[in-house]
Design a protein around this ligand. Structure first.
Ligand code: SF4
Length: 407
């Protein structure tokens, strides 16, 4: 069978407590965690039992070239539990030689000995949720770790990379958190660069409904960098990281050569992947499907699936191309952008329809091109860095409006 997904995402929803900006599907388990916590905890073991059932429920599968264990906080689990998840994939799907196996780790629940345990279990890439090196910022964001925990984790990961125990690692930071003025943000970036992470993700803070940040914002108590300050921070990020040899290969992701996230590329290139665990999204056949975010509902859903196997994301065998607007949106997030005419052709449009729709889109984009937000080389269109990438939202919204009008 062609086009079977080669990638799997696994969601581990446990966290010590919920950070003030987080709206992920998370189960807070309290602060009293030790490195063997995951092994002894009933809620975690019950979840892993159901998760394995879900992974085993897929009928048509092929060997995997990327696995991403995210969360939540997967480093709350014991290395034995992580090893068991990887083993299930190995036995039932197969794992390709040289596959990328990433695990997210949190500085508050990460020890050097655990890291080597996770490596022994099969993990070869780590993503460290540092968020900041500034204690005041971390406290205001409701994080449990401090700057020293981040620094210790970075030095262990750097040592493991230099000793060839892992292929790569990523340092994740959040831009525009409280206290992230220009100087503090520069402090974060400079600290990050001290450890030479091969990959850096810089996420922009989004204040989501239902979070502590949203409540603070509504009460006028959340003090974030304003638009001008945010733009200056973004410019600084792009300049400093480029000067240090990083390429901004996607709006939020920078890497040195050879260290792009292969797993995330699957999402951005519109390829299929399996998603397992509560709240996770699967897109094995082009169409997206999200599991229930609530633990009880997710458990019920998996049990139901294993009895009747109804959901088409588990049983379909035919691949559907992504919708064209989604393809353009994902492509425009990448440094290389997207060849618009080629994408139209792949969408099945004949030459005349392609030409008419192309002209309409380019007319809308002309104002962005005139001020250097969008660039093109022939039919390949891409966002300029940092200007276009920072204002990507309005450019992509204009594309969605075009899509609605022509449909
Ligand atoms: S550690 Fe990550 S997933 Fe967990 S609550 Fe904080 S931001 Fe959310």
């Amino acid at each position: 069978m062609n086009n079977l997904p080669k990638s799997a995402y696994v969601h581990i929803p446990f966290c010590h407590r919920r950070c003030f900006y987080c709206d992920f599907s998370v189960i807070p388990v309290g602060d009293k965690v030790t490195s063997v916590y995951g092994l002894e905890n009933k809620i975690i073991n019950d979840y892993l039992y159901i998760l394995k059932k879900e992974i085993l429920s897929i009928k048509h599968k092929s060997s995997l070239s990327t696995i991403y264990i995210g969360g939540g906080t997967p480093s709350i689990l014991d290395p034995l539990q992580i090893g068991e998840i990887i083993k299930i994939f190995k036995i039932n799907y197969g794992i390709d030689n040289g596959a990328e196996i990433t695990m997210e780790v949190d500085p508050a629940s990460f020890e050097e000995s655990d890291m080597y345990g996770f490596i022994k279990a099969g993990v070869n890439r780590f993503s460290l949720g540092a968020q900041s090196f500034n204690n005041q910022t971390l406290k205001k964001a409701g994080r449990r770790h401090e700057s020293n925990d981040v620094k210790k984790s970075c030095s262990w990961l750097s040592k493991a990379k230099n000793g060839n125990y892992i292929k790569s690692w990523s340092l994740d930071l959040i831009q525009n958190l409280p206290c992230n003025d220009f100087d503090n943000w520069r402090f974060d970036l400079e600290n990050a660069l001290n450890y030479n992470p091969p990959h850096i993700s810089i996420y922009d803070l989004i204040v989501e409904e239902g979070t502590v940040f949203k409540k603070l914002k509504d009460s006028g108590l959340l003090h974030l960098p304003n638009d001008e300050e945010s733009y200056k921070n973004s410019e600084l990020t792009s300049t400093i990281l480029k000067q240090s040899g990083y390429t901004r290969y996607e709006i939020s992701n920078y890497s040195i050569p050879g260290h792009q996230s292969r797993h995330n590329r699957v999402y951005w290139n519109g390829l299929g992947w399996w998603g397992f665990g509560q709240g996770s999204t699967s897109s094995p056949w082009g169409k997206k499907f999200t599991r229930p975010r609530d633990n009880k509902e997710y458990t019920k859903w998996v049990i139901h699936q294993s009895e009747v196997n109804l959901d088409e994301s588990l049983v379909s065998t035919s691949y559907q191309e992504l919708e064209l607007d989604e393809k353009i949106m994902l492509g425009m997030r990448l440094k290389e952008g997207i060849n618009i005419k080629k994408t139209f052709k792949e969408n099945g449009w004949d030459e005349q329809i392609s030409r008419i729709n192309f002209e309409k889109l380019i007319k809308i984009w002309e104002k962005y091109r005139a001020v250097g937000l969008i660039c093109n080389e022939g039919d390949r269109y891409y966002l300029s860095d940092p200007k276009g990438m920072e204002l990507s939202n309005q450019i992509l919204i204009s594309m969605f409006e075009w899509w609605e009008k022509i449909n």
